[in-house]
Design a protein around this ligand. Sequence first.
Ligand code: ZN
Length: 589
Amino acid sequence: MEMIMSDASTASKEAAPSPETPSPAKARLRKACLAFIAGTHESRRPGALHFLWWAFLISLWWCTAASLPFWNMSLSPLSGSLPDMLRFGLATLGCLVFAHMFLILLYSELLPLPAAGAATAILGIIAAVAFAFSYRYNAAMTPEMIQNALETDKREARDLMTPQLLVCFLAILLPQIPLFFRMIKARMRLRIRARMALLGICCAFLSAASLFTDFSGIAIYMREHHDARYFIAPSDAAASAVRALTTDAQSGTVERVPLDKSPLLASSRKQGRPVVIVTVVGETARAKNWGLSGYTRDTTPELKARNVINFTDVTSCGTSTAESVPCIFSAQPRSGYDKKKARAMEQLPSLISRAGVKSIWIDNQAGSKDAAAGIEEKPLAQILPGKVSSAVCPGGVCPDGALARAVKAQLDAAKGPTAIYLHMMGSHGPAYADRYPPSFQHWGPVCRQSDLRQCQLSELRNAYDNTIYYTDSVLASVIDALKERSDLDTALVYFSDHGESLGDDGFFLHGAPYAIAPEVQKKVPMIIWFSEGFQKRAGVDLKCVLRKAASPASHDNIYHTLLDLNGVSSSTYDPSLDLMRGCEKSSGS
Ligand SMILES: [Zn+2]
């Protein structure tokens, strides 16, 4: 870093007056080209790296080794034709290397040199982190993924940190270190550097032009799969981090705009037995492994015994918790969903609460992602009585099985219309085997490694299926708690926030950019259950709901269905998205 400082100060000192002797443009261009190619012509010491060489080498390292998952993704569709692969590969590499060089040159000019050196070091570390996660987990560095990472609790983070991840991180970081020490030892004049940068931009444009004129097919592919860019380290990871941090910073300060100034609770809900609607936000359950939806293994025997209505084809709004949960509870449909707008607007639980429904969000995960803003939100470990909590939730970590106990306490307190939201730990990876008590290990042997690539796919599937088997039991226990209360009219809705990849498609975990995410990350289970009292009271035509359950549905339906089930009318309600619409014999109850 010292070397950068000395160089910078000399560079800027010389750049300012620069009484350069006028020389023909050709000669100057030749000199600039030579400077670029030879690199060390102005070096003070033999063997010193020219600044441009250095910027080139570090950009090349980032755009090749650190972006390996990007190449893997973008070159695989061309694997049939070597010439196409070479032409696309070289043109894209040219664009990327020069774009990164340009970035380095730009901030080296704009920032004081210690800051420029620090920026390069930080980018180098980001490249290593992004590579490690992309390579090990196929995790794209989208703003949502970074936000998820920032909101991840210690338990989840510990599960992800494996020796193999560290090896990947060091493999990218270490080769950069000698480069840092051999940085700028040559003196560069500002004007020459600026011209070099111009040259870089020209090269980038030429590469881009050749890319999009010669390869219309691949150009269409890249436009359709532009999310592949999230695998380019470090620039896109850094940009995503900035976006995640700025959106996150805004969310705390922006006052939420009410969805509807005067949501109304149906008058019938204010009389008679209290109605309690339980909404369970599941985690990482995928429809493919859901027994009720036809999976070869019976992972949901308890729910089957409870006559729940199972929706067989439900598409999620996102592929991560941070993306899906706010989307589910926002009034916006997935198409045209604007995250910024959603963050500025009130979410459904708050709207229902304002209509006069007593509401609580009980969280057994890393928080509600602001979905519960405006209502009471409590971690499960805190809501259980002290003694129970310390016995059942060692270290504040509760099994989902404790949710039924928390629900029972809420039912005891229910004197009027009540909405209970439960946020499960569910099947959150990669430590699937830690998500269920040992007695729920129905399939084995199971994968016990956090580094999923070390496991047999069958062991991974066994561990994952056990998590679903446990979720089935948890949901059944909540339904049983509701059934016990014949003095209340109750209903339960369960859906998972997104699916999961178990290595069967080359992906692991979730959070892949939506456009390229495999179906298993987007297809989720969803069920609805009604107590007899609720069925009679609302006049639910079960056959009608069953018919709807066989048709495609999505997270878009949840907002409007929950408004209906909770008996709240609002100007934001869209009957065409309400899954109960037309299935209630009497209305307004
Ligand atoms: Zn999730």
